[in-house]
Design a protein around this ligand. Structure first.
Ligand code: GLN
Ligand code: ZN
Length: 761
């Protein structure tokens, strides 16, 4: 009876690690205090898994920041600018790499595959001197052992580590980090031998890059690496785990042929092709770690269906070789449902967070071993049945409307240049029109007003008065600055997805359903459990109030369907695109109500469109097709004179430029200021773009105030590749996290730059 957990959340059920980290960073507590909180969290996780009866309990999946950075520390691959002089890497060096320090900025951070977790990107060059510089894996193994728990130390696999690295500054761009394989393997050998000496019997290597479409030489690197490690791991059980998608057939072959490896872990939730590969050919005598419990969402497992899958696998790999596991680390789900005291009881019965998923894994393993907990299985079956038939999940009218969308296309009646002409007649904007992305600084006072209103400490009337005053302040400021297209500043919103989710049917919210995004930062995604509909207008009151305060055009501000989808926990009982179409219909109603209320410029943010891009190339086109279609559904019904804007939050969009054009927005504002060249190169290469475009002219992620010259210089660069009449001038993203002392001068310089250039054109 074997059960295994790939990895576990670190933050703690009530974000204990977050608060301990931030207090330490603020100098309010000592390193010892932080270490104590971390050790307590680890202990409680290990004890919980051990009490449940999990056989393979992971260690070293805890981290004070990030597991990839932990690996960088393990290998001593600290970039020289952090001034580290060898020896065991301590918090000062570690957190300098993660967050920067007074004199050196942080290392780059990027998304961990298609999750919302971000890792610190290793920077490697041909001259890095690797040395075994963090004994964390061994220390944690020993720590658990002292508590009576024998764990499986988990390491980021050597090949994935290198494939996720980038060439260091000053190193040729085409330097292959993979060429360092032979230099890092000796360090892996050192760790392995120390772990062995400490008593470890099983080691896990995470090699998630195997799910990507890797070229042959990259796949060969896996073969070479594990062959090289073979003698070091002899006597150990070695598990190599892949996750987040189906494995390409070639990668499956490579993985299951690795030398010295005794078990293979697969994500059997995302995609359904890996299971066919296993059924067709699984190496004799090896262990299969079958990831049937989803680590990426918060839904209770359909135990009966998982058990059937497991039984079918058992007949292939043999009873004693099958291990029940999670699809990936539970890092990507919420921590413990126990703390959700406010959640509706029926909805709660449909959910499982990390702590509950551990129980599910164990229940499945026991059932396979002939010790099925009938009561647990029947309670689960009852919850599955209630979820299927619940009237709160099913809304026939919505289902019908969404189904009808699939077969038809949705496009505006007129082409973009005709629309822009019609809009210009109405809006009468100068060339290089200026605007902002939506939010204005959220002051402490503003957050207090929202909090008190939610807690019913102030009346609706007081709340409306306060928000109106805030909008007026923002409108007046923009008029003073002479911005052309205004925003209301989004003071009523805590979060661009939560704000809409709270007003749509089919969404639920947790109190503690936090998921680590990066470092100490967590997000609390809404849960989409049912068919989505919009009972009432959501933004019309605030947008029309704001419009009434000015003669200038006021943008109505909405979050688009794809972004709402990608930043939520999405139901798993229907395809994602169906849920997306439902949200699109709700947003469409809102767009049309805004138009009726006299709002003539409407921005539909699709900040997270690119984030949903599948990991496998073969699946990209399908995703982009329904995602872009969903966006168009929201606004295909508006008049030519209504100007639709969208905003996107990523600089790397060259590969999906044709999909972006296919969204057919009238104006797109896009994050750009940290990578001017990348964006402009697309247009230089001759991509035809006729709609309005506002590549951000300054970086709002930094407190730095850009000068007029600097912004003018940027705009000039853009003018060299883009037609004058389509260019907009705006910051990179919303101003929510900035201070007024930064925003005022920055926007003033931005408007001055636009005006200066207008006189020169
Ligand atoms: N309109 C949103 C804002 O300005 C957009 C935020 C985003 O792109 N992440 O805050
Ligand atoms: Zn943005």
């Amino acid at each position: 009876m074997a059960s295994h957990i790939v990895g576990y959340p670190r933050m703690g059920p009530k974000r204990e690690l977050k608060f301990a980290l931030e207090s330490f960073w603020d100098g309010k507590s000592s390193a010892e205090d932080l270490k104590k909180v971390a050790a307590d969290l680890r202990a409680s996780i290990w004890k919980q898994m051990s009490a449940e009866g999990i056989k393979y309990i992971p260690s070293n999946t805890f981290s004070c920041y990030d597991q990839v950075l932990d690996t960088t520390a393990l290998l001593g691959a600290v970039p020289s600018r952090y001034g580290w002089n060898g020896g065991e890497i301590e918090f000062d060096t570690y957190f300098s790499m993660a967050r920067g320090n007074a004199s050196v900025p942080a290392m780059e951070m990027t998304k961990w595959f298609d999750t919302n977790y971000h890792f610190i990107v290793p920077e490697l060059g041909p001259d890095v001197k690797f040395s075994y510089s963090s004994h964390k894996a061994v220390n944690e193994y020993k720590e658990a052992k002292a508590l009576g728990v024998d764990t499986v130390p988990v390491l980021v696999g050597p090949v994935s580590y290198l494939l996720l690295s980038k060439p260091a500054k000053g190193v040729e761009k085409n330097f292959s980090t993979l060429s360092l394989l032979s230099k890092i393997l000796p360090i892996y050998k050192e760790v392995i031998s120390e772990l062995k000496a400490a008593g470890a019997t099983t080691i896990q290597f995470d090699e998630p890059t195997l799910v990507k479409d890797l070229e042959a030489h990259k796949l060969n690197a896996f073969t070479e690496a594990y062959a090289e490690l073979e003698s070091a791991v002899s006597g150990l059980n070695v598990i190599v785990v892949s996750y987040f998608a189906d494995l390409p057939a070639e990668a499956y072959k490579t993985l299951t042929s690795l030398k010295g490896v005794t078990g293979f872990g697969f994500d059997l939730v995302r995609g359904d092709k890996t299971i066919d590969l296993i059924k067709a050919d699984f190496p004799k005598g090896k262990y299969l770690f079958a990831g049937v419990v989803d680590g990426r969402n918060i839904w209770a497992n359909d135990l009966a269906s998982s058990l059937a899958t497991l039984e079918s696998l058992e007949s292939i790999v043999g009873k004693d070789k099958l291990v029940v596991s999670t699809s990936c680390s539970l890092l990507h789900t919420a921590v413990d449902l126990v703390n959700e005291t406010k959640l509706d009881a029926e909805i709660k019965s449909w959910l499982a967070f990390a702590a509950q998923k551990v129980v599910e894994v164990n229940a499945l393993a026991k059932a396979l071993a002939g010790q099925k907990d009938e009561a647990f299985f029947s309670a689960n079956a009852a919850a599955q049945a209630s979820r299927k038939s619940s009237p709160r999940v099913n809304n026939e009218a919505v289902q019908k409307a969404a189904a009808a969308l699939k077969t038809s296309d949705h496009r505006r009646a007129t082409n973009v240049s005709a629309r822009l002409d019609a809009q210009q007649k109405k809006l009468n904007l100068p060339i290089l029109p200026t605007t902002t992305i939506g939010s204005f600084p959220q002051t402490v006072e503003l957050r207090r007003v929202r909090r008190e209103y939610k807690a019913k400490k102030i009346s609706e009337e007081e709340y409306v008065t306060a928000i109106k005053a805030e909008i007026k302040k923002v409108v007046d400021l923009q008029e003073d600055l002479d911005i052309d297209v205004l925003v209301h500043g989004e003071p009523e919103r805590n979060d661009m997805v939560e704000y809409f989710g709270e007003q749509l049917s089919g969404f639920a919210f947790t109190v503690n359903g936090w998921v680590q995004s990066y470092g100490s930062r967590c997000v609390k995604p809404p849960i989409i459990y049912g068919d989505v509909s919009r009972p009432n207008p959501m933004t019309v009151f605030w947008s029309s109030t704001a419009q009434s305060m000015t003669k200038r055009p006021m943008k109505g501000m909405l979050t688009g369907p794809v972004t709402i989808l990608n930043w939520s926990f999405v139901r798993n009982d229907q395809p994602r695109f169906e849920t997306c179409y439902q949200i699109a219909l709700a947003i469409k109603d809102e767009v049309e109500d805004l138009e009726k209320a006299g709002v003539t410029v409407i921005q539909i943010d699709e900040a997270a469109l690119r984030e949903g891009l599948p990991l496998r190339k073969s699946e990209e086109a399908f995703y982009l097709d329904w995602a872009v279609h969903s966006f168009r559904i929201t606004n295909s019904g508006v008049q030519d004179t209504t100007q639709i804007h969208t905003h996107m939050c990523y600089s790397n969009f060259n590969d999906i430029i044709h999909s972006i054009i296919d969204m057919d927005a009238d104006v797109i504002t896009i994050e750009n200021s940290r990578s001017d060249e990348k964006l402009l190169s697309v247009f230089r290469e001759g991509v035809k773009y006729g709609a309005g475009i506002g590549p951000g002219v300054y970086d709002i992620h930094s407190p730095r105030i850009p000068s007029t010259e600097e912004i003018a210089d940027r705009i000039n660069k853009m003018l060299a590749v883009l037609e004058t009449n389509i260019l907009w001038v705006n910051p990179d993203c919303g101003l929510k996290t900035r201070k007024y002392t930064e925003v005022k001068p920055a926007l003033k310089n931005m408007v001055d730059a636009a005006k200066l250039l207008r006189t020169q054109l």
